[in-house]
Design a protein around this ligand. Structure first.
Ligand code: PLP
Length: 353
C-alpha cells in the first residue's frame, strides 16, 4: 500500500478469487467454470474480421446482444443490461440501490463479494445467518428496509429457494430493490426472470461465466423493469460506456443462438453431480442438495482443509473457505463425469491412507 491511497480504502478487505495456478495442470474444480468449451458458432464469431474491428469502440448500447437475450428470455431489450462480468452489475447495484438509510441485507454465508462491495462503497450492511441446515429462511428478508441480495442457488451451499419463496421476498419489499443473483440457476433451480414483469423492484442477475462456458470473456446481464435498468445505465455512462468489448459481444450473441448446446452441457453437469454426490455419500460425506454446478461436502473422517491440501497434492483443486462455520466443508466444482470419477477415486485413496 502506498502513502497516496485514499484513506477510505486502506482497511478494505478485498475479495479473494479462487486460485488460477499456472505451475502445472490440475483438474480444476475450484472456480465453478464449465468443463466444456464454448459452442462452435462462438469460436467462429471471434473471427479475424472481428479482431480487425477492434480498432473501433464496441457498441455502448450492446443492441444486438441485448436483443438476442431479450428474445430468449421473453422480455424487451429495454429490460436487459449487459456488463463486463456480472460482478460489475453487483457492484453497480450496491452503488445504486443501497445507502446509509437503505443498508444492504444478505445471507451471512454467501458470495464473498457482497460484503466487499458494501465495504467498498461504505454502505452499512446486515448479514443474516442461515438456518442450521444452511438453508435461507425467506421470512428473514421480508420488509427488509434496504437492498436485499440473495444468490439463488446460494453459494457456496448450492441450496436453492423455490420461485414462490423468491416471490414472497420480492412482494414484501415494494420499497426496496431485491437482487436475485442467478449465477447458477441453469443447473436446476427456478429463475425469477418472469417475475420482473410483475415487480418493479426485482433485479435478476445472470452470467455467461458458468453455464455458458465463457468465464474468460467476462459477460454478465441483468433483467428487470426498465426503471432499474435505466439506473444501472446511469452509472455505466458515468464510468465506462464501452463496458463490454467487441469480441465478447459477438461471442455472447453466438452463444445465445446455440442455447441448446449449453442446455445439454448443463444436463451433463447435473448427471455428473448426481453421480459424485452419491459416491461421496457412500464414502461417508455429508453433501448438501445442490442445484448448482458444485457440491458442498464434508467428510466424517478428514478435515476440510486437510482434504483440500491432499487433493491439491494429487493434482485436484477444490475450494476451501476458512470461515469457522464452513471450514469442515469443501466446495467442489462439478466437471465431466470423468473428472468426478478421478475425484472420487482420489478421495477413496486418501481416506485409506
Ligand atoms: C461466479 C459468480 C458471479 C460472478 O460471475 P462473473 O464471472 O463476474 O459474471 C456472481 N455471483 C455468484 C454467486 C457467482 O458465483
Amino acid at each position: 500500500m502506498s502513502k497516496f491511497l485514499n484513506s477510505k480504502y486502506k482497511s478494505l478487505e478485498v475479495y479473494t478469487p479462487g486460485e488460477q495456478p499456472q505451475d502445472k495442470k490440475y483438474i480444476k474444480l475450484n472456480t465453478n467454470e464449465s468443463p466444456y468449451p464454448p459452442s462452435k458458432k462462438v469460436v467462429e464469431a471471434v473471427s479475424v474480421a472481428e479482431i480487425e474491428n477492434l480498432r473501433l469502440y464496441s457498441d455502448p448500447e450492446c443492441k444486438r446482444l441485448r436483443g438476442a437475450i431479450a428474445e430468449l428470455y421473453g422480455v424487451e431489450a429495454e429490460n436487459v443490461y449487459l456488463s463486463n462480468g456480472s460482478d460489475d452489475i453487483l457492484n453497480f447495484a450496491f452503488m445504486a440501490f443501497a445507502s446509509d438509510n437503505s443498508p444492504a441485507v444478505f445471507p451471512e454465508i454467501s458470495y464473498g463479494f457482497y460484503k466487499v462491495f458494501a465495504e467498498l462503497h461504505g454502505i452499512p450492511y446486515k448479514r443474516i445467518p442461515l438456518c442450521e441446515d444452511f438453508s435461507i429462511s425467506p421470512s428473514d428478508y421480508y420488509n427488509a428496509n434496504g437492498l436485499v441480495v440473495i444468490a439463488n442457488p446460494n453459494a457456496p451451499t448450492g441450496l436453492a429457494l423455490t420461485l414462490s419463496e423468491v416471490e414472497s421476498i420480492v412482494a414484501s419489499n415494494p420499497e426496496n430493490v431485491v437482487l436475485i443473483d442467478e449465477a447458477y440457476v441453469d443447473f436446476g433451480a427456478e429463475s425469477a426472470v418472469a417475475l420482473t414483469k410483475k415487480y418493479k423492484n426485482l433485479l435478476v442477475v445472470q452470467t455467461f461465466s458458468k453455464s455458458r462456458s465463457m468465464a474468460g470473456a467476462r459477460l454478465g446481464f441483468a433483467i428487470a423493469d426498465k426503471g432499474l435498468i435505466d439506473d444501472l445505465n446511469r452509472i455505466k455512462y458515468s464510468t465506462n460506456p464501452y463496458n463490454v468489448n467487441r469480441l465478447t459481444l459477438v461471442a455472447g450473441e453466438a452463444a445465445i443462438k446455440e442455447n441448446g448446446y449449453y442446455l445439454e452441457n448443463c444436463k451433463k453437469v447435473m448427471d455428473a453431480r448426481a453421480y459424485a454426490k452419491a459416491e461421496l455419500e457412500a464414502l461417508g460425506f455429508l453433501v448438501l442438495d445442490s442445484k448448482a454446478n458444485f457440491l458442498f461436502a464434508k467428510s466424517n473422517r478428514i478435515g476440510g482443509e486437510e482434504l483440500y491440501l491432499k487433493l491439491k497434492e494429487n493434482g485436484i483443486l477444490v475450494r476451501h473457505f476458512k470461515d469457522e462455520k464452513i471450514k469442515d466443508y469443501n466446495r467442489i466444482t462439478v466437471g465431466t463425469k470423468e473428472d468426478m470419477r478421478i475425484l472420487v477415486d482420489t478421495v477413496k485413496k486418501l481416506l485409506e491412507e
